[in-house]
Design a protein around this ligand. Structure first.
Ligand code: HEC
Ligand code: HEC
Ligand code: HEC
Ligand code: HEC
Ligand code: HEC
Ligand code: HEC
Ligand code: HEC
Ligand code: HEC
Ligand code: HEC
Length: 329
């Protein structure tokens, strides 16, 4: 019986899949007639609750999560990337707060956040919300530059992007949600209200700061480095402006500044690199790069990740001008 249901569902997937192919065909062919999104049978958006067998879940005090199925459906090629068993049923059928036999005791927490998922050789490797997002920003060129030099802190602000305030959510609604019994229309209305309340982040305006920064704390063999500060920021912001994922998770105005100005509070007036990185190995922090290495690793780390064509790593002259010429090197 179970297998038959599965088969039927798989057939439904196959049809949906074929439809996807048609709608996503070469530009200009089918695209014009395609509906805005494929009708999967899921709600466009809904609230995901900590579903539990116990009567009083949410002991960790986490707010519920708004999930936008419509956006995901449009941006993720295959349904099975998420519905890894082939059944498009709620994840909480098998992954509850405590874990259940159907889900091989994988808890809801792991199913949503795990980033150390063992690859499944015999079939589809399940993905959590966080592991898929991590994969995206590590692979896409426009994200991978910054993300190869940034180690996400996964702090409270990060949790709050998903675990969000739901306006007017009552205790009764929460209890129903946690029992997996909230009316779908109510869930959708709550999710819409929560989404309407969110304002997209406005990054700090790069044109309002130094256009060019002179980096000269090490000047010795080479002349000062004239770093196109504002242009760098404008350029990376432009590359990511269409990503709703980036918009949602870069949640504070100064967050992009913290890519380079790291380990210090978000501010428009960050400390110099030299206030933490010394010219020679720092005895108190032997693992910390020296100042020259800090610049080189950061500049080139991002250039590599974004596949910036010029300057190449070995193109010393691309970054070091004046004295090179003076000394005739
Ligand atoms: C990418 C989105 C996302 C982020 C970021 C995220 N979570 Fe979750 N989390 C979920 C989803 C989805 C669920 C399942 C629905 C629910 O429980 O409301 C969940 C469930 C949980 C649960 C199990 C349910 C419960 O309430 O006991 C815990 C605990 C939890 N999250 C803690 C955290 C903490 C702590 C952080 C930040 C360090 C965090 N989450 C960040 C999406 C996220
Ligand atoms: C990015 C992950 C993701 C993708 C891609 C995705 N879904 Fe979902 N889907 C979910 C989540 C999460 C839920 C809500 C599960 C819950 O309530 O716990 C859901 C819910 C559903 C539901 C409602 C289940 C119910 O009984 O309430 C259906 C039907 C569904 N999806 C079908 C599809 C189809 C068809 C596709 C492909 C066109 C698809 N989904 C693509 C994550 C995804
Ligand atoms: C029909 C039951 C079922 C449903 C529905 C289901 N899962 Fe799973 N899930 C499992 C089982 C069983 C495992 C363990 C399989 C394994 O280890 O390969 C698992 C494993 C996982 C893992 C790997 C966790 C780890 O510890 O490595 C993730 C992540 C995951 N599921 C996410 C999801 C998400 C997200 C959804 C909803 C979109 C979902 N699952 C729906 C049964 C299910
Ligand atoms: C299979 C990959 C995949 C999984 C799994 C996945 N996402 Fe996403 N997510 C995406 C993609 C792709 C985007 C859009 C990317 C872009 O705009 O650059 C996105 C965008 C988002 C956004 C920003 C848009 C919005 O909805 O406001 C949020 C928030 C988000 N995801 C939350 C979640 C949560 C919560 C889960 C787990 C229930 C989840 N995602 C699971 C791929 C995934
Ligand atoms: C200019 C640099 C920069 C670019 C470009 C960039 N990011 Fe980020 N991103 C950051 C910084 C900084 C953080 C915050 C790290 C922290 O937690 O301290 C971050 C955090 C995130 C997070 C939350 C961390 C996590 O593990 O879930 C997501 C998701 C994310 N970025 C997605 C993207 C996507 C998708 C793109 C490309 C479309 C992108 N980013 C491009 C700098 C950047
Ligand atoms: C992406 C740009 C970039 C590239 C390419 C680059 N550097 Fe640098 N380098 C810097 C910056 C920025 C500094 C810090 C300048 C300062 O503080 O005076 C620096 C500092 C130095 C210094 C210490 C300052 C001095 O004048 O002695 C040396 C030596 C140096 N680089 C050698 C090299 C060599 C050799 C190459 C080629 C293999 C190279 N760099 C390629 C950006 C770059
Ligand atoms: C791509 C990397 C990068 C990003 C992103 C970045 N900066 Fe910088 N910024 C630098 C470097 C490198 C310096 C030189 C620091 C040094 O030599 O100590 C600098 C210097 C500065 C200075 C000092 C200027 C001076 O003349 O002394 C300020 C102020 C500043 N940045 C503000 C910001 C703000 C605000 C943001 C976010 C909007 C930001 N930066 C984003 C790399 C960056
Ligand atoms: C407030 C102190 C502080 C400032 C300012 C600072 N750093 Fe760092 N930096 C650190 C710490 C802490 C580490 C991690 C290593 C450690 O724990 O000692 C680190 C590590 C690094 C690394 C190694 C990779 C990594 O992320 O761990 C690079 C590269 C680097 N810094 C470059 C820079 C550059 C370039 C600047 C200026 C734009 C800068 N740092 C400003 C404290 C700082
Ligand atoms: C966050 C990623 C990132 C970091 C960090 C970064 N760059 Fe760049 N850089 C870029 C991108 C992207 C381009 C291509 C610019 C464009 O397409 O407009 C570029 C281009 C350049 C260029 C050629 C164009 C120009 O502006 O003259 C130079 C020189 C350069 N970078 C120097 C540096 C130096 C020096 C550092 C370190 C102090 C650095 N970059 C750090 C992303 C980065």
């Amino acid at each position: 019986m179970r297998n038959r249901t599965k088969l039927l569902l798989l057939t439904a997937f196959a049809i949906a899949g074929a439809a996807c192919l048609l709608f996503r065909g070469p530009e200009g062919t089918m695209a014009a007639k395609a509906p805005e999104h494929i009708d999967s049978g899921a709600l466009p958006m809904q609230v995901l609750f900590p579903v539990s067998e116990k009567p009083n879940p949410g002991a960790q005090g986490m707010k519920p999560v708004v999930f936008n199925h419509k956006i995901h459906e449009a941006k993720v090629q295959e349904c099975e990337s998420c519905h890894h068993t082939g059944d498009p049923v709620p994840c909480t059928t098998c992954h509850t707060v405590e874990g259940s036999r159907e889900g091989n005791f994988v808890t809801l927490d792991r199913a949503m956040h795990a980033t150390d998922i063992r690859p499944n050789k015999n079939g589809r490797t399940p993905q959590s919300c966080v592991s898929c997002h991590e994969k995206l920003y590590s692979q896409r060129k426009e994200c991978a530059g910054c993300h190869s030099i940034v180690k996400p802190t996964h702090n409270d602000k990060w949790c709050a992007v998903c675990h969000t305030d739901i306006p007017n959510l009552t205790k009764e609604q929460f209890a129903k949600g946690a029992a997996g019994k909230l009316d779908p229309e109510v869930s959708q209305a709550l999710a819409e209200a929560a989404t309407a309340q969110k304002k997209p982040v406005k990054y700090t305006d790069p044109t309002k700061m130094n256009y060019r920064v002179v980096i000269d704390s090490l000047v010795d063999k080479y002349g000062p480095n004239y770093f196109n500060h504002a242009r760098h920021i404008v350029s990376v912001e432009r590359k990511i402006k269409d990503s709703v994922l980036a918009k949602a998770f870069h949640s504070t105005p100064e967050i992009l500044c913290q890519t380079c100005h790291h380990h210090s509070p978000a501010t428009t007036n960050p400390p110099k690199c030299a206030s933490c990185h010394r010219a020679t190995i720092d005895k108190e922090h032997p693992g910390r790069p020296t100042l020259k290495a800090a610049y080189h690793l950061q500049c080139m780390g991002c250039h590599d990740g974004m596949q910036v064509k010029r300057p190449k790593k070995q193109d010393c002259i691309g970054c070091h001008k004046l004295r090179v010429a003076e000394k005739g090197e």
